[in-house]
Design a protein around this ligand. Structure first.
Ligand SMILES: C[S@@+](CC[C@H](N)C(=O)[O-])C[C@H]1O[C@@H](n2cnc3c(N)ncnc32)[C@H](O)[C@@H]1O
Length: 278
């Protein structure tokens, strides 16, 4: 029998604190999920949930708060997730971009909720496969997440079978090495990616990122509420070059939250771009 130690009132206080700092919003039906994780952290200090709340409140943005966030975030991801959307990127959008910037030969991608890194590495593989002369290009991929633990895994670049199930066999052989049932991403891919901890609700940190040709932020904004979603999408707009693209997850849409972007339907997904004359 679950011992209910967390009143609705205290749950509400936690929700507000987490929301304010991260944009992640928990409805009451997530109480059990949140409670389990808070309990685990509180127990490690041998204090109750009221005391733990006070501790966080007076040391906000502290490493303990971010430890809790590490436990709370949902980090599900895998290589080549949402293949159809990636195909749109690789086969429809990238060739046009390549042609247009054949003299500049520079591409910057921001993978803004990269979790354990699979998405960022997937994008690097796509560039190496699809660009005519990838070695001639200056390829820059910034991969960020709020969760320091997933970034540690991302940097190590070591994956199990579940993560690589959608990787085409040919790429698996070309870009991975198998060692004790684990798949290592090769250094040739790794060198294009810079992993960094960035909280999408941190305005100052977001302002520092600019000149992006493509931003991928897939399956993250579903955890936000409308207000925080709106502000993140508006900041992405500032980080994009005119003509640049924003890719969101399947069920996420900026349609209602920002009319600044130009929306185009491609296959099953909608892809957003920043107008050139902006
Ligand atoms: C489900 S994963 C998505 C991974 C990958 N983009 C994909 O589509 O497979 C969502 C990620 O968003 C991150 N996240 C949640 N809130 C965030 C925030 N405020 N700032 C940055 N990242 C955040 C989580 O830590 C988590 O790794």
């Amino acid at each position: 029998v679950l011992e209910i130690l967390l009143s609705d009132e205290l749950f509400d206080k936690y929700v507000k604190m987490i929301y304010k700092e991260t944009g992640i919003f928990y409805e009451i039906n997530k109480k059990y999920y949140v409670q389990k994780r808070i309990e685990k952290r509180a127990q490690s200090f041998d204090i109750d949930l009221n005391e733990y709340y006070s501790m966080l409140k007076f040391t906000k943005s502290s490493s303990e708060f971010y430890q809790l966030i590490n436990d709370l975030t949902v980090n599900e991801t895998y290589f080549f997730r949402d293949f159809p959307q990636l195909r749109n990127f690789a086969e429809d959008i990238l060739p046009v971009f390549e042609n247009e910037y054949r003299d500049r030969k520079k591409i910057k991608i921001w993978c803004a909720a990269c979790s354990t890194g699979e998405e960022a590495y997937t994008l690097a593989i796509i560039l190496l496969e699809m660009l005519d002369e990838p070695e001639e290009w200056q390829i820059q991929i910034l991969a960020s997440d709020i969760n320091s633990e997933v970034l540690r895994i991302a940097k190590a670049g070591l994956y199990d079978k579940r993560s690589i199930k959608e990787v085409p066999r040919e790429y698996l052989e070309k870009y991975f090495t198998l060692h004790n049932d684990k798949y290592f991403i090769c250094d040739d891919i790794k060198r294009y990616i810079n992993f960094k901890r960035i909280n999408l609700m941190d305005e100052e940190a977001m302002k520092e990122i600019n000149g992006c040709d493509f931003i991928f932020c897939r399956n993250c904004l579903i955890y936000f509420d409308e207000v925080s979603r709106r502000s993140v999408v508006a900041r992405f707009y500032e980080s994009l070059n005119p003509g640049g693209y924003l890719f969101l997850g399947h069920s996420e849409s900026v349609g209602r939250i920002s009319s600044a972007y130009k929306a185009a339907r491609m296959g099953d997904t909608i892809i957003y771009s920043k107008p050139r004359d902006s």
